[in-house]
Write a protein that binds this ligand. Structure first.
Ligand code: HPA
Length: 273
């Protein structure tokens, strides 16, 4: 067996030894969206540092948890906190938890993130369903030996975000009078926010929002055959006439403010799955 498959088997055995329940839905909560975890009836929460082969946190006091719980009457795996490339993890470390979720039986992955708006009609606090992405500014996490038992060498990426899930969330948003946008997410490495010229370039390339996560996770999830739904909270605007200074605090606050809307959408989506 390859090193990767061995590691995944060890990680799975460790988790399944702690908890017997299974869940077919996985959720990854982005910056400022961690409170959604509080609406989950937690069965077990395992700190990342206890899980074999999970990346070791580079930031003190910033470690997350893998939670198994119940949301809308369904069992879900929740990653409260994710690993970013800009923290110094290599792409294989960033996406390792996605592969773990896959080995645990997750078939549908729901991703959330904070992102900068580059579509000029967007406002801070808007929610944007990601209907496609541009990943070329980050390292593709599938570079290296391909594990055929997980997925094909050259995955098709013509529909990286599941159309049916998008439709379902649009319907839920309509029924609850939540205004929701849709667009293309451009993945960048960070940790710098973009310059004015870079936001303009991303806009010209067809991006509606830009952020530092999600695209590598999506690629790996598609590779192993999961259905993916992803949503961005627009936490700042990249293209503005006036002076434009973006701070991490502003991003976190905007994400927090949008959390009730996002919680409703995700809870209702899980109910409908
Ligand atoms: N750029 C990149 N990543 C981000 C932004 C941004 O403006 N806002 C939140 N995450």
């Amino acid at each position: 067996m390859s090193i990767l498959l061995n590691q995944l088997a060890e990680t799975r055995a460790f988790i399944q030894n702690k908890v017997k329940s299974e869940a077919a839905v996985g959720i990854i909560l982005g910056s400022g969206l961690g409170n959604l975890a509080n609406t989950i009836k937690t069965e077990i929460a395992i700190p990342y540092e206890e899980i074999p082969h999970f990346p070791v946190s580079t930031v003190e006091g910033h470690s997350g948890k893998l939670i198994l719980g119940e949301l809308s009457g369904k069992k879900v795996w929740v990653m409260s906190g994710r690993f970013h490339f800009y923290e110094g993890y290599n792409p294989q470390q960033v996406i390792y938890p996605i592969r773990v979720l896959h080995t645990l039986g997750v078939k549908t992955l729901l991703l959330s993130n904070a992102a900068g708006g580059v579509n000029t009609s967007f406002k801070v606090g808007d929610l944007m369903i990601i209907n496609d992405h541009i990943s070329m500014f980050v390292t593709n996490p599938l570079i290296g030996k391909n594990e055929e038992s997980i997925g094909t060498r050259f995955p098709d990426m013509s529909q990286p975000y599941c159309k049916d899930l998008i439709k379902q969330v649009q319907n839920i948003a309509d029924a609850n009078h939540i205004d929701i946008r849709e667009g293309v997410y451009v993945g960048v490495t960070g940790p710098t926010f973009e310059t004015r010229a870079e936001y303009k370039m991303i806009h010209l390339l067809g991006g509606d929002a830009v952020g530092m996560s999600t695209v590598q996770e999506n690629i790996v999830a598609v590779h192993c055959g999961m259905k993916v739904f992803a949503v961005s909270v627009i936490t700042d605007l990249g293209i503005r006439e006036e002076e434009n200074i973006i701070t991490h605090e502003e991003v976190l606050q905007a994400a927090k403010d949008a959390e009730p809307k996002l919680t409703l959408l995700i809870s209702e989506l899980i109910k409908a799955l």
